[in-house]
Design a protein around this ligand. Structure first.
Ligand SMILES: *Cc1c(COP(=O)(O)O)cnc(C)c1O
Length: 245
């Protein structure tokens, strides 16, 4: 869809509504709204509409595919980068990162939410050292009953944390997870609670690492995630309501 003044208005309204909904969820959880950061997932739209989301006030953008992130970056560098009046925008890689795409992706991202294997940690350790880059990361954990879903099995987390602790260029920030069907309800809440419990256990076992952030909650289940301690919610669809995508 073409960007126009009409799309800018829709996106601004959506952004304000999402912020209000997140604020409501925070007050229902007895939490300060400043504890939860909204990552605007821009994967559904092109760079022009992404820029309109930035213009509306969003300062964190999430993409789940490296190639799409590269393409958007190229566009922004050709036009004007997605700068906001009050500073640069942070890019979050939220989907699986293949090892052969690390080199090109690393310079473009500020956070990686989806560390999901020891092999990926090893490859990231090498490339962050090569590029002399410190990268904040979250470890993606699968807390659903479905072994085909993405993320680490919880049993593999201690070994992964120890490996990350040995890598001076990888800065652990926390855990990331998705619920079984993204639509909220008791099951999602239970799964997010499990993530928080895992975090608490790991944090006390590895006090030298920072596991304070929980990236969980999407358009359909951010309320449950915020009730269970999410600090980063990854919202896509609700931001693009009324914009064909
Ligand atoms: C697409 C995506 C989201 C956003 O999901 P919506 O339901 O559109 O809000 C969040 N996290 C990941 C990893 C995604 O791929």
């Amino acid at each position: 869809m073409e960007a126009s003044p009409a799309t800018a208005e829709i996106i601004r309204t959506n952004w304000q509504r999402v912020q209000a909904d997140v604020a409501d969820a925070c007050s229902a959880a007895g939490r300060a709204v400043s504890e939860v950061r909204i990552v605007g997932v821009s994967k559904y739209v092109g760079p022009e509409l992404t820029q309109q989301l930035v213009d509306a006030g969003c300062r964190d953008l999430g993409e789940n595919r490296p190639q799409a992130l590269w393409a958007k970056h190229d566009w922004f560098n050709d036009a004007q980068p997605p700068q906001a009046a009050d500073g640069p925008v942070a890019w979050h890689m939220i989907g699986h990162l293949q090892r052969n795409k690390i080199r090109r992706t690393l310079p473009l991202i500020d956070y990686l939410h989806s560390v999901d294997s020891l092999r990926l940690v090893d490859a990231l350790a090498t490339e962050t050292a090569n590029q002399d880059r410190r990268l904040p990361i979250l470890v993606e954990v699968n807390v659903t009953e479905d072994a085909t879903k993405t993320g680490m099995d919880p049993s593999g987390l201690p070994e992964l944390f120890e490996r990350i602790g040995d890598c001076p260029h990888l800065i652990l920030r926390g855990l990331m997870a998705m619920s079984t069907n993204f639509s909220g309800g008791d099951q999602a809440r239970h799964e997010f609670a499990r993530v928080r419990q895992l975090r608490d256990t790991l944090q006390s076992r590895y006090p030298e690492l920072d596991c304070s952030q929980l990236s969980m909650g999407m358009s359909g289940d951010f309320r449950e995630a915020i009730l269970e301690g999410a600090t980063l919610v990854r919202i896509g669809s609700h931001l693009w309501d009324g914009i064909p995508h």
